[in-house]
Design a protein around this ligand. Structure first.
Ligand SMILES: Nc1ncnc2c1ncn2[C@@H]1O[C@H](COP(=O)(O)OP(=O)(O)OP(=O)(O)O)[C@@H](O)[C@H]1O
Length: 274
């Protein structure tokens, strides 16, 4: 019997733009239900990696497959949550329409039966993110947190086997960060959806993360959070002295480089991770 396809298989991959190598020699297999955090400073190639998996960037070298198929259009096993940005206030699209867009590319049949099934699916997705009270309002008038919950519903409605998240918590308040990250975690626990989660800040999702892919200056490390997020590994990766400190179950990274993606810490010296 043939093995089921993995959500992500990347082999010996490189991505270059002109003279610049974002990353090379990247081998990455992501298992069903796995939560992979993708970290790194600005410009290290995190979004470009998601774009490869969406079929929007081509690899310079190597191979990639997404749920057993080439990435790109027609691969409806992939859900995508883009970076939070305010939608145009004049946008009259309703929340339910936005969520329904996530069903494009799926076959619902024609006629009333198909429309009824589609409608029920949209209502269930809206309810799953607790957006019933505002789902029929124009999305341009909603708050950032409300819009982001609808984007999560849109990404999940197609029942993806791979969920690509590009800083989905940026500019959300702590309550909404928790709501959105719990929704994503719930999906991967209940449906074994693999999650690639690009973020500048690991702490809000630390309890969910199985592995970290950390990209810096063309180099990378992959491993469990403790294997990557420690002083020795990050100092080697950045080529500078970096201190990783664990305080109260959170990871803080402090270093000499301004390009660090984590916050700066000045006082805590209790639990160094070497
Ligand atoms: N199509 C392209 N052509 C040329 N350069 C590109 C292209 N796409 C991205 N880049 C460059 O590649 C680098 C990595 O960009 P990318 O958006 O992947 O970084 P990132 O790690 O997501 O950064 P950030 O944390 O700032 O979002 C940037 O310097 C960017 O300008």
């Amino acid at each position: 019997m043939s093995q089921p396809s993995l959500p992500v298989e990347i082999g010996e991959a490189a991505l270059r733009f002109g003279e610049r190598t974002l990353w090379s020699g990247l081998d990455l297999k992501v298992e069903p239900g796995e939560f992979l955090a993708v970290l790194g400073p600005n410009g290290s190639g995190k979004t470009s990696l998601l774009r490869v998996l969406l079929g929007l960037n081509s690899l310079s070298e190597g191979k990639v497959s997404v749920v057993g198929r080439p990435p790109g259009r027609g691969n409806n096993k992939v859900g995508y949550i883009p970076q939070q940005r305010a939608m145009d206030e004049a946008l009259t699209l309703r929340g339910t329409d936005l969520v329904g867009l996530g069903l494009d590319g799926h076959h619902w049949g024609v006629g009333l039966r198909g429309m009824g099934a589609r409608r029920r699916k949209v209502d269930a997705a809206v309810a799953s993110v607790g957006a019933e009270s505002y789902a029929t309002s124009p999305v341009g008038r909603l708050s950032g947190g409300e819009q982001q919950r609808l984007r999560v519903a849109q990404a999940l409605i197609g029942e993806p086997e791979l969920l690509l998240c590009d800083e989905p918590l940026a500019s959300l308040d702590l309550t909404h960060q928790r709501i959105v990250s719990e929704l994503i975690d719930k999906r991967r626990r209940e449906a074994e959806t693999a999650v690639l989660f690009v973020t500048h800040e690991i702490n809000p999702i630390l309890s969910y993360v199985d592995r970290v892919l950390y990209l810096v200056n063309g180099q990378f490390r992959i491993g469990k959070p403790d294997e990557v997020m420690n002083s020795a590994t990050l100092s080697e990766l950045y080529g500078a002295k970096i201190e990783v400190i664990k305080v109260g179950g959170q990871i803080h990274v402090a270093g000499t480089q301004s390009a660090l993606c984590e916050d700066q810490v000045h006082h805590h010296a209790d639990e160094r991770v070497h």
